[in-house]
Ligand binder design. Structure first.
Ligand code: HDD
Length: 755
């Protein structure tokens, strides 16, 4: 605290306000050097970083810690007090007149406690209500000073603290994690030039092209207004009614019906800035840019049956996973990659880069990795940090700028606006999680919950009484890029869209055609499932009619699952002669394209135990998993000790009842666990693990047990995720680990599942 207090400026203009010294000239340290654009003296820069934040983040820590330190509360060893700091003598009994008498109004302790409780809730986010956050840092790996002056990218090795929140979109705050839904991927960079929020999703496109349609989209996907059903699900009439009438959403629907909508972990999903932004360099030259987060652990998803089951057994599945990865040191990491291209290139594309329903295929503009983000600290308090985190698309910094994407325009307005309601006034930027690590100086004053104590009598500009401070930074501050107006029609006011926005299907087809057959099957099954929940036949048919514009074959497959025969006529196209796409298949769009480094860090394995189990094997496997950042849990019929074959004791800390098999990434049956054979939960665990195409290993006597409970396992040859081994055969464990780190092999699947 002392260090921070020392770093906080006394009011450097104080004397000037009273005319004591230097009159109108800003005092030293209160102004920017005219010749250099950085560092602004009042800002955090590499030079003064140590003093202001405690230095560059050491490994395993990050320097947002220091800025939050002053507000952290640790009650260890403290007495209970009221909010006024008065020690409370009795936290059990209301103050009453006599032992059986009435409560007294003067009981300020009771009234304060109850009143505070009554006001504990704030409105949840109107979308993305369900989310989980973590702290970390971004480290630049390649300086791109020629392309942008944005602070995080100025020097290789430079670290910028971040806070990240992942979310589902449609469900309420308490809804399940594994809903079929888009995931939010919002990153707040606390840069030395102010906060930059990159508020993206795990899918690179969006449902609509124009913010004007956002309230309609959200009203359509949220639970229906008359009965508030279904929760956290798009499988209902109003959603499909809307999207089937909005052909521009077709591309996004393909992503949403793919396995990307049910990620295994937040650490195994990509993130995208979605819109085309601009990078701007020192000379004011701009490049167009798209942002991509690439998970180091690779892209891995669940399958639908698994997601449905998990949502019952552990609605916090992704939240728990994120928390445990960080607590366990298996820090989630993403590379930040950019696609950089010029206005001229953009003009030549068959699609409009201002249209958020389109990607720029990587074949056209390759990715360039410029840094890596590591999440290494869980919040101390969910409400104070994750819930109060206020992301805002308008939060950009010098070196980054917007484009005229009409979806982006609405977002620039919407985020700030929603926080006013959600966080109760205009000073939410002072809430510690939202406060930049640079200092804030302006003439904004007052409002609910103001924290800063502004000194002096000047709250206006221009002024002479405060030496002109705080004064504008000119070219050293944020300067909007002198962007050419993208509208070819000039500057006439209009409500219209560029022509290329009218092409709605080419990239939906590109996405579909870029998937593996198994992924395509999952997509068809997802459409079938969702549309089968729609009660109005005309809506189902309209959606199938729209899908015909993507692929007749795919539409037929969906239609067949819905009993629609013959196929309806395709929906009319909005554009008579669509431009030919440059790319019709992209190897980057399948989840299989980025399997990651094969690491098993963060994965969970059920090691089944019962009396008579091979204790050494079980313990060794657990150790080996741990050494590789994964978790092996001993799972028995009940929790508690089991007696291993060698007489030693193993402690089952999970049971087949409280941790069903579908919660694990793989299952191991050690030799001697035959006593589990009559436990029906084991049968379910094996069946689910098999059906979800996850690895199973059976050692020694457990091979027979597996053969009896899961005969289909015996029918498959060359199944990489099925490991059958003699007792003592060492490479069995390695084979199992390899399967655990690899993408799933879906050739086990059949639709519907076989009996
Ligand atoms: Fe949004 C929240 C992402 C379009 C209006 N949005 C929100 C969050 C994410 C996104 C990740 C949660 C942030 C957090 O964790 O607190 N939204 C997107 C993306 C979009 C998008 C990637 C399309 C490219 N959003 C969009 C539009 C509008 C909004 C077009 C309105 C015009 N979004 C909001 C919001 C939310 C929000 C209502 C709700 C809570 C919040 O902002 O803080 O303002």
């Amino acid at each position: 605290t002392q260090q921070l207090a020392a770093a906080m400026p006394h009011n450097p203009t104080k004397s000037a306000e009273y005319g004591e010294a230097n009159g109108l000239a800003p005092s030293a340290g209160a102004s920017a050097e005219a010749a250099s654009r950085r560092p602004l003296a009042s800002c955090l820069s590499e030079e003064n970083q140590n003093a202001k934040t405690g230095g560059v983040a050491p490994e395993g820590r990050n320097n947002t810690i220091d800025s939050l330190e002053r507000v952290r509360v640790d009650s260890a060893g403290q007495v209970l007090t009221t909010n006024q700091g008065v020690a409370i003598s009795d936290n059990q009994n209301t103050l009453t007149a006599g032992v059986r008498g009435p409560a007294l109004l003067e009981d300020f302790v009771l009234r304060e406690k109850i009143t505070h409780f009554d006001h504990e809730r704030i409105p949840e986010r109107v979308v993305h209500a369900r989310g989980s956050g973590a702290h970390g840092y971004f480290e630049c790996t390649e300086a791109i000073t020629d392309i942008t002056r944005a602070a995080p990218f100025q020097k290789a090795g430079k670290q910028t603290p971040v806070f990240v929140r992942f979310s589902t979109v449609a469900g309420e705050r308490g809804s399940k994690d594994t809903a079929r839904d888009v995931r939010g991927f919002a990153v707040k960079f606390y840069t030395d030039e102010g906060n930059w929020d990159l508020v993206g999703n795990n899918m690179p496109v969006f449902f609509i092209q124009d913010a004007m349609k956002f309230p309609d989209l959200v009203h359509a996907v949220k639970p229906e207004p008359h009965h508030q059903m279904p929760q956290a699900a798009s499988a209902h009439d109003t959603f499909w009614d809307f999207v089937s009438l909005m052909p521009e959403s077709t591309h996004m629907l393909m992503w949403q019906m793919s396995d990307r909508a049910i990620p295994r972990s937040y650490a195994t999903m990509q993130g995208f800035g979605v819109h085309t932004y601009r990078f701007v360099n020192d000379q004011g030259q701009a490049m167009l840019v798209k942002f991509h987060w690439l998970p180091v652990a690779g892209t891995h998803s669940l399958v639908w049956d698994e997601a449905v089951k998990i949502s019952g057994a552990d609605p916090d599945f992704n939240r728990r996973d994120l928390w445990e990865r960080i607590e366990g040191g298996a820090y989630p990491q993403w590379d930040l990659a950019v696609q950089l291209f010029t206005e001229e290139q953009a003009e030549s594309f068959s699609f409009d880069v201002l249209d958020s329903t389109k990607i720029v295929p990587e074949e056209l503009v390759p990715l360039r990795v410029i840094g890596r983000m590591t999440l290494n600290r869980n919040p101390d308090n969910f409400f104070a940090e994750t819930e109060q985190a206020a992301f805002c698309v308008a939060n950009i910094i010098p070196g980054i700028d917007f484009t005229n994407d009409p979806l982006l325009a609405g977002r620039i307005h919407s985020y700030f606006d929603t926080q006013l309601l959600r966080l109760g006034g205009p000073n939410f930027h002072e809430i510690p999680i939202n406060a930049p690590i640079v200092q804030v100086h302006n003439n904004q004053r007052d409002g609910f919950h103001r924290q800063a104590i502004h000194r002096g009598r000047v709250a206006y500009e221009p002024n002479s009484l405060a030496g002109g401070c705080p004064f504008q930074a000119g070219m050293q501050g944020f300067v909007s890029v002198a962007a050419r107006n993208e509208s070819r029609e000039g500057v006439a006011k209009m409500r219209a869209k560029p022509e290329k926005f009218a092409e709605h299907y080419a990239q939906a087809r590109l996405f579909l055609d870029s998937q593996t057959p198994a992924e395509q099957d999952h997509m068809a099954a997802a459409f079938r499932f969702e549309l089968s929940k729609v009660t109005v036949p005309a809506v189902r048919e309209r959606m199938v009619a729209s899908l015909r514009n993507v692929s007749d074959e795919f539409a037929a497959k969906v239609a067949q699952g819905l009993g629609i025969d013959p196929l309806p006529e395709p929906l009319p196209l909005a554009i008579a002669r669509p431009p030919a796409p440059e790319v019709t298949q992209s190897k980057y769009l399948s989840l299989m394209a980025r399997p990651g480094d094969g690491s098993i860090a963060g994965r969970k394995v059920a090691i089944l135990v019962a009396n008579g189990v091979d204790g050494d094997f079980a313990r060794q496997l657990q150790q080996e998993l741990l050494a590789r950042g994964a978790v092996g849990r001993f799972v028995g019929t009940r929790i508690g000790p089991v007696k291993a074959a060698d007489g030693s004791s193993l402690d089952a800390d999970a049971s087949l009842e409280n941790s069903p098999g579908f919660l694990f990434d793989g299952v191991v049956l050690p030799d001697g666990c035959d006593a589990l054979q009559h436990d029906g939960h084991l049968w379910e665990t094996l069946r689910d693990t098999w059906r979800h195409c996850k690895p199973i290993a059976a050692v020694g006597s457990a091979r027979d047990l597996l053969g009896r409970l899961l005969p289909e396992a015996g029918e498959r040859e060359d199944d990489q995720a099925l490991v059958l081994a003699e007792k003592g055969q060492g490479d069995a464990v390695q084979a199992f680990m390899a399967a655990l780190g690899a993408p799933r092999d879906f050739t086990r699947e059949s639709d519907p599942p076989k009996v």
